[in-house]
Design a protein around this ligand. Structure first.
Ligand SMILES: [Zn+2]
Length: 352
């Protein structure tokens, strides 16, 4: 996977823009967008929808579409009804023309499977999770940033931090040979070692669906994505859904980590308990004076009710709580949380 050193969207947009200029010039299309196909946005159209309906693998072309239409796209990537939009040229051509000039121009990142078959990790360390399947859902995304807060005058959002931690979990799972599906994806954000993570709205739901605005539809969409994958992977005995949020409703002085399972789900409860115990042990080891009050409890939440594999819903804290916010902006802490979760999963996995 390609991780951009710079997270600054503007820079990337400029690079992409130049990539297109180079491409057009080489092909003798200089300054001529006339040769591109166009489409008129209808009511309810979004970038994903238009791309899909015109035969593009939407996530690979999302940024390309934005770049060539950038003066007609809203702040949250919305399209203007009745406006004419260019459809991007094929990415094989763009990648060919640009890969020699500058690697950072590459538009695709997470859709590239490495030659070793890994999507998130660089290498496999051991086989401790071999045969296990995990569906990871980072909370919110797309038009919904989740809880928002401010730090040094800059706005930050729950979905970006949840996504970063979830990606770190995905990487660790792969390192231990587990199979992982990221249900929420962002075409251009990798693991970010920054304190302040830029808010964007371009996350999509597996495999390449635009995330709807309605909360219910959003939750049903991600549960359906898990269940479609589950149907294809039924032969695997151990499968878990892990959902990550950073907007715990707890109002106690020490906001802790809360684990929820669907009422009556024995497997979900077992996984939640192992994870909770892992956190309890880790805090006892590293912050003995902190006191840890994380709990496991049943909760009738739409996503964990609807997904077929056993699920654990984790509230790692609340980004609106000052202490927690400080905790989450530190990338080392995000890494530690991901590591503990995966250690817990390894402990539970029966074929260990
Ligand atoms: Zn949330």
């Amino acid at each position: 996977m390609f991780i951009f050193l710079s997270n600054m969207k503007e820079i990337k947009t400029i690079f992409t823009f130049f990539a297109f200029l180079i491409f057009f010039n080489i092909c003798g299309w200089a300054q001529s967008s006339d040769s591109l196909k166009t489409v008129v946005a209808q009511k309810g159209d979004g970038i994903y929808k238009i791309l899909r309906e015109n035969g593009y693998p939407a996530k690979d072309y999302y940024n390309a579409f934005k770049s060539i239409n950038n003066n007609k796209i809203g702040l949250e990537d919305q399209l203007i009804q009745g406006e004419t939009y260019f459809l991007p040229p094929f990415i094989e051509d763009i990648a060919e023309e640009t890969s020699e000039t500058n690697d950072s121009i590459l538009i695709i990142n997470d859709s590239i499977v490495q030659s070793n078959g890994l999507l998130y990790a660089d290498t496999i360390i051991d086989k401790q999770l071999d045969g296990a399947i995990f569906y990871l859902i980072s909370g919110h995304g797309g038009p919904d940033p989740g809880a928002v807060s401010e730090i040094n005058g800059k706005q930050i959002s729950e979905d970006e931090y949840a996504y970063d931690i979830t990606l770190r979990i995905a990487k660790k799972i792969e390192e231990h040979s587990g199979k992982v599906f990221m249900i929420i994806n962002d075409p251009n954000d990798g693991i970010r070692d920054d304190e302040l993570l830029e808010i964007d709205y371009d996350e999509y739901c597996y495999p390449d669906a635009e995330i709807p605005r309605s909360q219910n539809q959003r939750l049903i969409q991600r549960a359906d994505a898990v269940n479609d994958l589950y149907a294809e992977n039924k032969k695997y005995k151990y499968q878990r859904v892990i959902i990550i949020h950073l907007d715990s409703r707890s109002t106690g002085a020490n906001v802790d980590v809360f684990f929820y399972h669907f009422p009556g789900s024995k497997k979900g409860e077992a996984t939640a308990k192992i994870l909770q115990q892992k956190f309890s042990d880790k805090y006892a080891e590293f912050q003995p004076n902190r006191g840890y009050e994380g709990t496991v409890s049943p909760r009738n939440l739409l996503v964990i009710r609807k997904v077929l594999p056993p699920a654990v819903f984790i509230e790692l804290g609340n980004i609106q709580n000052e202490k927690d916010r400080k905790r989450f902006v530190n990338p080392d802490n995000r890494q530690a949380l991901a590591k503990w979760i995966v250690e817990g999963l390894i402990e539970e996995y029966p074929d260990n």
